[in-house]
Design a protein around this ligand. Structure first.
Ligand code: SAH
Length: 495
């Protein structure tokens, strides 16, 4: 065979001409394709082949021979080991172009749209003004290095070996001082760190959440036991961390299970508040250690602002927000709509959503617990079909609430809303859900997606069912990584 001339451990020189979906560099030697992690498009690199397949292989970057004009000095010295920021060595503008192209290519290849169609509807990607220190949540494992020294940092890519680093370039700048304070408390008071293999030792993780608007910081230690020794000393240490933003909440979460799940179910506040606050689009959210909350608040505001803009609300509309989480989009929309209905599978998230609606004085939104693909068909059917079907829905709005509402849940507007918004997880929308969405015949569908491949697959279904793709725009929520969010507007075809 022609390509049998390459073997594992061969050293070759390759020029990187393309970028793979996971951010890896792609180049060819003598027509043989190599995937090279950490190589930047335009680089000429010396690589060591790590795996040979018939038509392609994988290689490890050993040396950059000629750096690409898109290559920058990575901000974090650990970025290759960590793997969290796959494309940190790429100039930010080029990262944005890569993300825009990724969405575009998926629309062409998977969505089946033509180049003309895509070019006519696609708006330029919205980037970040400051692509560093944007995350408001971080979870650091605590453990020991090879010499037995107490450390905290991150797991080396695909392993559970901890590499010491208290200064992640994506986290809030205060995290470093907070982590150092936790380590100092542990050393002084002989508090042990968890040893995963043995299941012994006490402190497993440190969770830090920051309200970027409110300036409030929450620190939660996840422990393999009931109690921390000399808790008050930890609190004193953390209160002593002085920065622009301050620690206002210190808690422990008990997790004695031998599991990869980080947080335990039970939270005990040691000092200060049980929740911190933050504001998104003028709406205040209360965040506990266990609540879901978008990790990049600055870009989330832009993302949901765009979804709101695409929804084209005037105050008269009925809106369904499917996969609504803690109701962020629902509450954004409620300010401009007549009535919003949110659906989400996790009961705790719906409890938070209701509380957020209440504390912000928003009363034109109702939330239902259940699968979108079950709740939506039930309500669609409720106007003309049996009670049995309605009962089957795993939504909390059962018989009693339906009666109390004097039929408000089976009204025509609910069955035929003006707008349906979806923000599904990576696997995209369920088929049954899309089938019902099409049957409900809303004027507009706004699709918010964190995976442009499943987005493209679903758009093909929706466009095949009487809708037209009107607008597409990517929003970068995660600088340095290969992830990208996309918002799309679909309108009913008037034929
Ligand atoms: N818009 C939300 C986040 C959406 S993330 C916000 O801003 O907070 C996707 C959400 O879909 C998650 O909360 C997940 O729990 C929920 N989910 C997953 N599968 C679902 C299903 N089949 N039906 C309804 N919700 C689902």
């Amino acid at each position: 065979m022609e390509y049998e001339k390459y073997h594992k451990n061969d050293i070759v020189t390759v020029t990187i001409e393309d970028i793979g979906n996971d951010g890896e560099g792609i180049g060819k030697v003598d027509g043989y394709t190599l995937f090279v992690k950490d190589a930047v498009i335009g680089d000429t690199v010396e690589v060591r082949i790590t795996k040979c397949k018939k038509n392609y292989g994988y290689a490890r970057m050993e040396k950059v021979l000629v750096p690409s004009s898109f290559r920058v000095e990575p901000k974090c010295g650990f970025h290759r080991q960590c793997g969290g920021c796959q494309i940190q060595a790429m100039r930010y503008e080029r990262q944005l172009m890569f993300k825009q192209d990724k969405v575009r290519n998926n629309l062409l290849r998977i969505g089946g749209f033509t180049t003309e169609q895509v070019d006519a509807v696609m708006e330029p990607i919205i980037g970040m003004e400051e692509p560093w220190h944007y995350r408001n949540k971080a979870q650091y494992p605590v453990g020991y290095d090879k010499s037995g020294k107490l450390i905290t940092g991150f797991y080396a890519g695909r392993t559970h070996d901890i590499i010491a680093n208290t200064d992640c370039a994506l986290g809030a700048p205060e995290n470093k001082d907070i982590l150092e304070a936790v380590l100092a408390y542990m050393r002084e008071n002989h508090v042990t760190a968890y040893r995963e293999k043995e299941g012994t030792g006490l402190v497993r993780h440190v969770l830090i959440r920051t309200g970027f608007q409110s300036g409030e910081i929450m620190v939660c230690l996840v422990i393999n036991g009931k109690k921390l020794p000399k808790e008050e000393r930890l609190v004193e240490r953390l209160k002593g961390v002085t920065a622009k933003r301050c620690v206002v909440s210190v808690s422990v979460s008990v997790n004695t299970e031998r599991t990869n799940v980080i947080m335990g179910k039970e939270i005990r506040v040691l000092w200060g508040k049980d929740r911190i606050q933050d504001t998104l689009g003028g709406i205040t959210f209360a965040i506990s250690p266990l609540s879901f909350y978008q990790v990049n608040p600055v870009q989330t505001e832009k993302l949901y602002g765009l979804a709101l803009d695409y929804a084209g609300l005037t105050g008269k509309e009925t809106v369904w927000d499917l996969y609504c989480g803690i109701g962020t989009i629902s509450l954004f929309m409620a300010k401009k709509a007549r009535q919003v209905y949110g659906v989400e599978i996790i009961p705790e998230a719906i409890a938070d959503a209701k509380e957020n609606a209440r504390s912000n004085g928003i009363d034109n939104v109702k939330f239902f617990v259940g699968k979108a693909e079950e709740v939506l068909p039930t309500f669609y059917a409720a106007g003309n079909v049996s009670e049995t079907l309605a009962k089957k829905a795993s939504c909390e709005c059962g018989e009693d609430e339906r009666k109390k509402s004097n039929g408000a849940f089976s009204d025509e507007q609910m069955r035929h809303p003006d707008v349906i918004v979806v923000d599904p997880p990576r696997k995209g929308c369920d088929e049954k859900c899309m089938e019902t969405m099409l049957a409900m015949h809303p004027d507009r569908i706004v699709y918010v997606s964190c995976d442009s491949a499943t987005l493209a697959r679903d758009l093909r279904v929706l466009c095949g069912g009487g809708y037209e793709l009107k607008k597409v725009r990517a929003v970068d929520q995660f600088g340095g990584t290969v992830h990208v969010e996309t918002v799309c507007l679909l309108s009913q075809l008037n034929v």
